[in-house]
Design a protein around this ligand. Structure first.
Ligand code: MSP
Length: 519
């Protein structure tokens, strides 16, 4: 949108050693909701996701399958694109680190770092965890029950000795601390910010940023023996996608620095310490904010391939429908905390909040209008204080949800919407339009108008969370597509009395357990 404010949001790029699971779907879903919200709020949004395709972990997975890494990554990367489609994600770009545009950007960033004398050649001798693609100090390791040395993440480490280029991270400690101090919103939530601060205060060591013992990566410019450390390569994707190394005009000038990098808590250090240091060292601006969300467990257990309890997003969508899954994931857990997935919790939300609360409100209002108001938007008289109160609550939703989502507080945004859903149900019961039908039909029309307007606000604000269901809801209120943005004050936005409405049909199904109990 020309002239509107830019908003650039990114997901981590996913390793292609694995098929997509609920954790990947969760991170991208959170970004999707923010991207959709900002678009409706008038921003020029760029929403980026993609795949992280280099490094030892991916090379090993390809070798284990007996295929060439490029062919392997082509296949698995496609799975992530398919997931985006299945989850109705609205990403504007999908980046792969094996693309030419990315190799150019990563090598250009490297050159800037060497030109600024931020990189030097040395040799690395230490511990490396392929699963995390991360280096660890001796003091961080523990012995597993099987006697293997493991990183804090639980990943096994191996001893590595090889020539390596180093990034002068140790020299960035004070400048990073000053940067965090000047930008208190850079790391969220606060608990995570404190973790990062104490890590950096504890002292930083120079970081090994190249490898020589395998080939699957981007070559270090001017030294064929080395490939770039996969995290330096991967982090660069965020500027590749806005046209780096071109910085003076085009997308970089418009979108960088990114407004938000959304990440899981496991990869916060890379985004909140290494990435701003790399960027500042290259003379580029760091992103504005990094939010680290929590992890999902499955019925109380850590999710892992070896436990065989990985949650497949496709299965969830098959079982419950897409929008209930999108709703559940962002409603169940305060965003930032860990959360537990369970079938029981899922149907609790789906039946209690979607089918009963919202579904019931919409269905009662729409079917009463269909039967008693000539299937058209009711003609209202003067509004009472109670009418104005409910309308005021509905009108206040835009500001309240915006405030919540600017803090990435998805559960609070949804709760704010449900306060109005519940108030709508209380209002219906209290004013009993089915009684007014006989005693005061004109008042009945006013009451139903107030309710229809309330449902319209709810439908519009729910679009980022449940795009398909809210579209059906707004269709049933005959809200034209160009009146579905957050420009509530715009002309013709409020429902126009007398407008014909289509026949209502329920939108939020109840989940009914099959005989013998579902899974
Ligand atoms: N390739 C790196 C990121 C590079 S970004 C420049 C990577 N990829 S990943 O595929 O392993 O993980 C991507 C994201 O999925 C992480 O943010 C991680 O936290 C998230 N999840 C993986 N399992 C998860 C859960 N069980 N629950 C929630 N999210 C988790 O790391």
């Amino acid at each position: 949108m020309a002239g509107s404010k830019p908003y650039y949001i990114t997901t981590p790029i996913y390793y292609v050693n694995d098929v997509p699971h609920i954790g990947h779907a969760y991170t991208t879903l959170a970004c999707d909701v923010l991207a959709r919200f900002k678009r409706l709020d008038g921003y020029d949004v760029k929403f980026l996701t993609g795949t992280d395709e280099h490094g030892q972990k991916v090379e090993k997975s390809a070798m284990a399958k007996g295929v060439d890494p490029k062919a392997f990554t082509d296949g698995v990367s496609q799975n992530f694109r398919d997931l985006a489609k299945a989850m109705n994600f609205s990403n504007d770009d999908f980046i792969r680190t094996t693309e030419d545009r990315h190799r150019r950007a990563a090598q250009a960033l490297w050159k800037r770092l060497t030109d600024n004398d931020e990189i030097y050649l040395g040799s690395y001798a230490g511990w490396y965890a392929v699963r995390d693609e991360a280096f660890y100090g001796e003091g961080e390791l523990t012995k597993s029950a099987e006697g293997k040395l493991t990183a804090p993440s639980g990943a096994e480490v191996e001893w590595v000795e090889e020539p390596s280029y180093f990034f002068r991270l140790s020299a960035w400690q004070d400048r990073l601390l000053a940067f965090y101090e000047d930008n208190p919103d850079f790391i969220a939530p606060d608990s995570r910010r404190n973790e990062v601060l104490s890590f950096v205060k504890g002292g930083l060591q120079d970081l090994s940023v190249s490898r020589t013992t395998f080939k699957w990566g981007i070559q270090v410019p001017g030294d064929e023996a080395h490939i770039m450390y996969v995290w330096l390569d991967a982090l660069t994707n965020y500027i590749t996608a806005v046209g780096f190394p071109e910085t003076d005009h085009g997308e970089y000038a418009n979108y960088w620095p990114a407004d938000l990098h959304m990440v899981g808590k496991d990869i916060l250090r890379f985004h909140a310490v290494y990435w701003p240091a790399f960027l500042m060292a290259a003379g580029l601006e760091p992103p504005k904010r990094v939010f680290a969300h929590g992890w999902w467990t499955n019925e109380g257990q850590k999710i892992s391939k070896s436990l065989g309890n990985v949650i497949d997003p496709y299965d969830l969508v098959d079982q419950y429908g897409l929008d209930p899954v999108r709703y559940f994931l962002l409603r169940e857990v305060p965003f930032g905390n860990d959360g537990d997935y369970s079938h029981r919790a899922m149907i609790g939300r789906m039946n209690g909040e979607l089918a009963n609360s919202l579904g019931n409100l919409a269905q009662r209002v729409l079917s009463m209008i269909a039967k008693n108001c000539g299937a058209a938007v009711p003609r209202h008289g003067d509004f009472t204080d109670e009418d104005k109160n409910l309308l005021g609550m509905a009108q206040g939703l835009h500001g309240r949800t915006r405030q919540c989502l600017d803090r990435q507080s998805f559960h609070d945004a949804l709760e704010a919407i449900w306060v109005v859903v519940r108030a709508g149900n209380v209002y219906v019961d209290h004013h009993a339009p089915w009684v007014l039908k006989k005693s005061d039909p004109a008042r009945m029309e006013t009451v139903l108008y107030v309710l229809a307007e309330t449902v319209r606000y709810i439908g519009i604000l729910l679009q980022p969370f449940m795009p398909q269901s809210s579209a059906r809801l707004l269709d049933q209120l005959a809200v034209s597509p160009n009146h579905r943005t957050f420009d509530f004050a715009g002309e013709g936005h409020a429902l126009v009395p007398g407008t014909d409405l289509p026949p209502p049909s329920p939108i939020f199904p109840r989940f009914v357990e099959e005989e013998g109990g579902a899974s």
